[in-house]
Design a protein around this ligand. Structure first.
Ligand code: 13P
Length: 263
């Protein structure tokens, strides 16, 4: 299987947005757009990652949806199970609420909340063991890119998780390459630069796991309807992790449509 035959994923990361009523409206609007202009599940996996408090709100709006839309958690505890861990939500608790997907390793969690490779590994191990699919985010800073270290940094982030992911579990991992300098800045990696990095990630994955050639590698960082088609046209870009543009139902729908139609 080459990178271009993988069903794309388009996932909206709502980050710490919006208020409950607006979250409900947003997902309802998106669902309405899919009713008018459907996107076949076989052509594109679609997911949204609201704040924890809105996960079940979104789920209930989607419960009678014509197609599956994954509800994705933005974080998971590094502690498994249940117990005296104030403020934490474990992988088992997510699974118990029919949440099957989680983001791990987003640069905002690495940078602002000090999540180290070890913490991320604990989260990934728990998530996979509980049966969740992990969307694992990697990406370099501007400084690292400008000093020629981008590839090394990103491949190291991939290698970091290899110590905890068991052979069969790679099947339940989706990679999201998000160059930090492109997140929320309006700057997107050029399709050529993104494709080059994605091909390197695929090569790195293929050396670690037999699933490397069939794993989805998403691009994230200022993805918009205006740049989605050219990103989708790159053979190793198998979807998008969308921040700002996913807070607008029309934009998010256009991005999903771009990936479904271009792939
Ligand atoms: P933006 O699309 O707002 O740049 O955010 C990207 C991102 O961080 C998605 O996880």
């Amino acid at each position: 299987m080459s990178g271009s035959t993988i069903t794309p994923w388009v996932v909206g990361n709502w980050k710490m947005n919006p208020m409950q009523a607006d979250a409900q409206q947003l997902i309802q609007n998106f669902k309405g757009l899919l009713d008018i202009t459907p996107i076949e599940s076989a052509k594109c996996h679609i997911g949204v990652a609201p704040v924890t408090l809105a996960l079940t709100t979104v789920q209930s709006v989607l419960s009678d949806s014509n197609r599956e839309i994954y509800t994705v958690a933005q974080d998971v505890s590094r502690i498994a199970g249940t117990g005296a861990y104030t403020g934490e939500v474990s992988a088992e608790l997510l699974k118990d609420s029919q949440i099957d997907y989680v983001l791990v390793g987003h640069s905002e969690r690495r940078e602002i909340f000090g999540e180290t490779a070890q913490i991320l590994n604990e989260k990934i191990k728990n998530a996979l063991n509980a049966g969740l699919t992990v969307i694992y985010c990697v990406g370099e800073s501007l400084e690292q890119r400008e000093s020629g270290q981008a590839e090394q940094v990103v491949l190291q982030q991939i290698c970091d998780i290899a110590t905890v992911v068991e052979a069969e579990q790679w099947h339940n991992i989706v990679i999201a390459y998000e160059p930090i300098w492109a997140i929320g800045t309006g700057k997107t990696a050029s399709p050529d630069d993104a494709q080059t990095m994605h091909a390197q990630i695929r090569e790195g994955l293929s050396q670690i796991t037999a699933y490397g050639k069939s794993m989805a590698i998403l691009y994230g960082g200022s993805v918009k309807p205006e740049n989605a088609v050219e990103l989708a046209a790159c053979s190793d870009i198998n979807g998008a992790l969308v921040g700002g543009a996913s807070l607008n139902a029309e934009s998010f729908h256009k991005i999903a449509l771009a990936f479904a139609n271009t792939k």
